[in-house]
Design a binder for this molecule. Sequence first.
Ligand code: AR6
Length: 185
Amino acid sequence: MTASTHSYCDDRIRLTVGDLTEQAVDVIVNAANSSLLGGGGVDGAIHRAGGPAILEACRALRQSEWPDGLPTGQVAITTGGKLPAPYVIHTVGPIYGQHDGNEAVLLAACYRNAIELAAERGLKRIAFPAISTGVYGYPPESAARVVSRTLSELLASGVAVDEIRLVFFDAQQMASFVTHQQFPR
Ligand code: AR6
């Protein structure tokens, strides 16, 4: 297998190196912050590539469902604006070291809640960035263990999605994930 074609769980989980904003799937997941009003990293890239419709939809969420902001581990869906993916699910990853040891539970909740929301909406192909492993400081090795266990449990439970794509910004990040993942063989 080449570095760009890793897959697990009967090919329902695929790893790729690239720009999340370019993924032509049904929905991409944003590693947002609780304000939902944009930021740097992948969040900034999504708002830049998707255009103002995403921010407008996020502002509407703040005025309706989430007046105090989106809590860590929760999810909210908006349009994808001009992105190839028609929808964005925004989630807030844990800031490493700031959740009294509950970081892994919260990181797992981001992935689980996003996939369950996608399934509820009939969105079958979902792409994720490596949530919390940038500015939020989650060690990528330990994120790989949490994410792989969470995703394999979800697929085993029969969740209705066809493809979960994990998008890494560079080959080194993907290689680290491959080394530390704990998908069933
Ligand atoms: N495509 C794929 N992966 C990317 C891209 C991209 N275009 N850009 C960055 N990454 P981060 P966090 C990777 O910091 O740690 C924002 O300001 C990056 O290399 O974007 O959850 C939010 O508003 C890293 O591996 O998200 C929050 O305030 C991963 O995406 C805060 O950052 C996540 O890095 C959230 O921090």
